[in-house]
Design a protein around this ligand. Structure first.
Ligand code: FMN
Length: 186
């Protein structure tokens, strides 16, 4: 059983949902997790309820969206692996700093407590500014892996990095063998 967590990088949700379908089609049994912001916030990229409905249909399960539900991913109900895709700059910074105040950061904390692997697919406009140090911190942390990423619009968004959702499955397979998929920067 794996956890697939989605945070509030709304513009990448459609790519994440496609990656989620591919994982499901490859036979993975998936518990979906969404941050409170994803669960409750409508944006110009879509209605929260419609996003949640799509995710639940793919996984055939309700989305975990509270800290209380996510706490069970510790010793009570450990996951084999956890994927956060997309991971916002906000969630990345919290993971690096040990802050646990959302369903997704609670899932990660509970999961890492059991020494299980976590894959992060980052999507953030401040990845190479306020969050650059946090990428380095997490790259050096045990059981944490990153999906390969690239500068999506180097001139218009000079500090932005976005994971390549096409290689999420490959990064996940590598992670299960204890390896980071490389190159990390595409
Ligand atoms: C329309 C919209 C798009 C956003 N896109 C991103 C994004 O791509 N990456 C990011 O790090 N934050 C993005 N944000 C900001 C996050 O949603 C915000 O930091 C939020 O607190 C994230 O909460 P979460 O990490 O718990 O989901 C966006 C916000 C809005 C309203």
């Amino acid at each position: 059983m794996i956890g697939y967590a989605i945070t509030g990088s709304y513009c990448t949700h459609s790519r994440s949902i496609e990656a989620l379908k591919r994982l499901r089609d490859s036979g993975a049994d998936i518990i979906p997790i969404v941050s409170e912001n994803v669960f409750f916030t409508d944006t110009r990229f879509g209605k929260a309820s419609e996003t949640v409905e799509k995710i639940e249909e793919i996984c055939a399960r309700s989305c975990v969206h509270t800290i209380t539900e996510a706490e069970k991913f510790g010793p009570a109900q450990p996951l084999d692996a956890l994927i956060i895709a997309p991971c916002t700059g906000n969630t990345l910074a919290k993971l690096a700093s040990g802050i646990t105040d959302t369903a997704v950061t609670m899932s990660a904390k509970a999961h890492l407590r059991c020494n299980r692997p976590l894959l992060i697919a980052l999507a953030s406009n401040d990845a190479m500014a306020a969050n650059l140090g946090n990428i380095g911190t997490l790259l050096n942390r045990k059981n944490i892996y990153f999906a390969p990423m690239h500068q999506d619009e180097p001139l218009k968004k000079p500090h932005s990095l976005v994971a390549d959702f096409e290689c999420l499955g490959e990064a996940y397979e590598k992670m299960l063998s204890g390896m980071q998929l490389r190159p990390l920067f595409l």
